[in-house]
Design a protein around this ligand. Structure first.
Ligand code: PRP
Length: 184
């Protein structure tokens, strides 16, 4: 497998650009079937979801709109509380809309659990989730995405929107980060 633009920071490539493209095509086809005849609003969660949003949206064949939110947990020490702060809210009113949240990853699942109930409380007709990746830990949260790209092992992954200290988001593949980068 060819590595490019990675140096020694990537330990292992999990999914190549082609793998991701093929998986998204299947997810997009399923979403297109499920939302046929319905208005669809994709809600991307910044920043990690930018790549998935761009590529998945172009695999969907029903009319859709896009909007974005940016959220942050209240600091690492309180992350387990699941309380989330909105840094950038939606421009669209979601009342009576069919919302599909687009995310790069479910880790603990707390962000999406909060986000889903927040959008439901605003009166969305439906709120579903499409996540490119899910870690086993996410099973602990009471949330099951309707559309999942891949279940991955509990390792630090970067690329395709996912960062470490804001780096590596631009990589067109998903890989594990070499332990020397984060002091592991
Ligand atoms: C990541 C990811 C999810 C969240 C998942 O975002 O994009 O939003 O963490 O974690 P959880 O399942 O444990 O709640 P992050 O806060 O790193 O921000 P980013 O998208 O800007 O990278």
């Amino acid at each position: 497998m060819e590595l490019k633009d990675t140096g020694e920071d990537i330990a292992r490539v999990l999914y190549t650009k082609d793998d991701i493209d093929r998986r998204l095509a299947l997810m997009g086809a399923q979403i297109s079937r499920d939302y046929a005849g319905k208005d669809l609003l994709l809600v991307g969660v910044l920043k990690g979801a930018i790549m998935v949003m761009a590529d998945l949206s172009r695999k969907i064949s029903v009319p859709l709109k896009m909007d974005w939110m940016a959220v942050s947990s209240y600091g690492a020490s309180t992350k387990s509380s699941g309380v989330v702060r909105i840094l950038k809210d939606l421009n669209e009113d979601v009342k009576d809309k069919n919302v599909l949240i687009v995310e790069d990853i479910l880790d603990s699942g707390l962000t999406l659990t909060w986000l889903k109930s927040n959008l439901e409380a605003r009166g969305a007709a439906s709120v579903r989730i499409a996540a490119m990746l899910r870690k086993p830990e996410a099973v602990k949260a009471d949330i099951v995405p309707e559309y999942i790209g891949y279940d991955i092992p509990n390792e630090f992954v970067v690329g395709y929107g996912l960062d470490y200290a804001e780096h590596y988001r631009h990589l067109d593949f998903i890989g594990t980060l070499a332990p020397h980068v984060y002091g592991g």
